[in-house]
Ligand binder design. Structure first.
Ligand SMILES: [Zn+2]
Ligand SMILES: [Zn+2]
Length: 253
């Protein structure tokens, strides 16, 4: 029942700024002032790590070009910090009962992932796939936040989302505080595509927050094994640790 209500509220747009209550432009979740205060990631950065400057023609930085990522790009709109962190936490961990149905956090985070989608290079994808939760975690939480974001993107693009295209085989421990190499080991072979799944060439892979990109890269490998060729990671936010401090004023610590 709560799930159904949540689905309906996804379609509802707040009439006022979710943060301060001021008037908003039609369809916007935040007023201009609150929106402008979000820690946006500069646009001139590497399309894979959003950390080093991009090379000519918006190409990947040297480190990313040499690392042969299974992702064509991995874009987020804002840094996971300050108010963004609060909105995403409220979206991912709604309070129990009626209080958890507040549509504001969902509206803000969906707006952020849409903005990330607008930064994605290339034509729109035929399919949008969320990074899945492990079944145990999905049962405990009741919903997959990434699946809600994937559905919102697919609706905008008039494409489709497939929340069960990938399965998470291992309930990987939290990635927080791990070194890059440990994270990669942590998620190796953590995902598998649904049996018999044949994917279109272009797929967007969606998550709420990207940290080092190890999880997205591993999920992208599973999509490639199922036939996808060009996979773009689209996330609402990126942790600050992953954005270099010389990337420009919006991301300076
Ligand atoms: Zn506001
Ligand atoms: Zn890079």
């Amino acid at each position: 029942m709560l799930d159904l209500l949540r689905g309906l509220l996804e379609l509802a747009l707040p009439a006022a700024c979710a943060a301060c209550g001021a008037g908003v432009e039609e369809g916007a979740a935040l007023c201009r002032r609150c929106d402008a205060a979000l820690p946006r990631i500069p646009r001139n950065l590497c399309p894979l790590c959003q950390s080093a400057p991009a090379t000519d023609n918006a190409g990947p930085c040297r480190a990313c070009a040499g690392a042969s990522s299974p992702l064509a790009a991995c874009v987020a709109a804002v840094a996971f910090a300050g108010d963004v962190e609060t909105w995403i936490r409220r979206f991912k961990y709604p309070r129990r009962g009626i209080a958890g149905l507040d549509p504001a956090p969902g509206a803000v985070v969906r707006a952020l992932v849409r903005e990330a989608g607008a930064r994605a290079p290339g034509p729109p994808p035929a399919l949008v796939v969320p990074v899945p939760l492990h079944p145990r975690r999905l049962r405990a939480r009741g919903f997959n936040p990434a699946a809600i974001l994937a559905r919102a993107l697919a609706r905008d693009l008039r494409s489709r989302s497939d929340p069960v295209a990938l399965r998470r085989l291992r309930d990987t421990p939290s990635q927080t505080g791990l070194q890059r190499r440990e994270r990669q080991r942590n998620v190796r072979r953590a995902f598998v595509a649904r049996d018999g799944l044949r994917l279109p060439a272009r797929v967007w892979l969606v998550d709420d927050v990207v940290t080092t990109g190890s999880t997205l890269a591993e999920a992208a490998r599973a999509l490639r094994r199922a036939g996808a060729r060009t996979i773009v990671g689209v996330c609402a936010a990126r942790t600050r640790a992953a954005i270099s401090s010389d990337a420009g004023p919006p991301c300076r610590r």
